[in-house]
Write a new protein. Structure first.
Length: 294
């Protein structure tokens, strides 16, 4: 099939810093908010589509713009990490929901809102036109910020995620070639969070609304996927969202459904019982240790 995607280039990933501003906001449902960003530098921003991720830097309250050591170039990370956490830009990973060139260079980012329990949700809920952010994003389409890469020989794809993974799954569905078979599970808090997801794929989408069940979220997802009849042929799975649910679903696919573990891309976007800042610090420490090892 034509679902195969190229491998990411190695060893360097061509990312650049972009200074952007809020153009407009639009509520998509009780949980999801779309923010459109613009900026002159976006002419060089080149999304690879699918689940294209990038780093978003937000200002602290009282700052007009995030403090990011953009002048440090490729050495920005150790410089940023050494800065006072109360001053340096708040760093989060997000997905490009859509990029447009006409009539203006713009990108859409969909935020999952969860009150004021995290700085990103707090900022997004109050974002106004003109508010400034910094983005570390791709300058070439084939870059290491794209994880959805079904290998040659893939017959069908399985996608699963919660509201934090919804923008990435939407991007993947819009990228899939005509007629590609896809089984999709999307978990959202409320029925009003269900969205239309345009795709040329032959996609069977199941929406799992947590308002409609008393089951634990992991059991909710596993119960639905476990009861499903899956297509024949060679699968490729992409799963993301709450780390515990992702881990259990991957285990089910590999052990009980016979998926090749190399054909399951899984990512924990967040973890029950852990704050955003704890997870960011874990990621930062892990990246620093990896860099120190060479």
């Amino acid at each position: 099939m034509s679902t195969a995607a190229p491998e990411a280039p190695a060893p360097a990933v061509p990312f650049q810093f972009f200074d952007l501003h809020v153009v407009r906001t639009r509520r998509l449902g009780p949980t999801m908010l779309r923010i459109t960003f613009g900026g002159e530098g976006l002419r060089d921003f080149t999304s690879g589509g699918r689940d294209q991720r990038f780093k978003l830097f937000l200002p602290h309250p009282g700052q007009e713009a995030p403090v990011v050591p953009t002048e440090a170039g490729t050495e920005w990370f150790p410089v940023w990490r050494a800065m006072d956490p109360a001053v340096r830009g708040i760093m989060r990973s997000y997905t490009v929901r859509e990029q447009r060139r006409v009539p203006h260079d713009e990108i859409d980012i969909d935020f999952a809102l969860h009150g004021d329990t995290g700085p990103a949700s707090h900022w997004a809920a109050r974002a106004l036109p003109g508010d400034r952010v910094t983005v570390l994003g791709p300058a070439v389409p084939d870059n290491g910020g794209v994880d959805f890469r079904p290998p040659a020989g893939t017959d069908w794809v399985l996608l699963s995620g919660d509201e934090t993974a919804l923008p990435a799954i939407a991007g993947i569905l819009s990228w899939l070639p005509l007629g590609t078979r896809a089984k999709v599970w999307l978990e959202v808090p409320h029925a009003d969070d269900i969205q239309e997801l345009p795709t040329l794929a032959d996609a069977d989408i199941t929406w799992l609304v947590r308002d409609n069940t008393e089951a634990h979220r992991t059991d909710f997802v596993l119960g639905s996927v476990g009861a499903a009849q899956l297509p024949a042929g060679t699968p490729y799975a992409w799963i993301a969202g709450e780390a515990g649910t992702v881990k259990q679903l991957r285990r089910h696919l590999v052990r009980e459904r016979g998926f090749d573990r190399r054909a399951v891309k899984f990512t924990g976007y967040w973890r029950l019982g852990s704050s955003e800042e704890q997870l960011v610090e874990e990621a930062v420490s892990g990246a620093a240790q990896a860099s120190a090892r060479g």
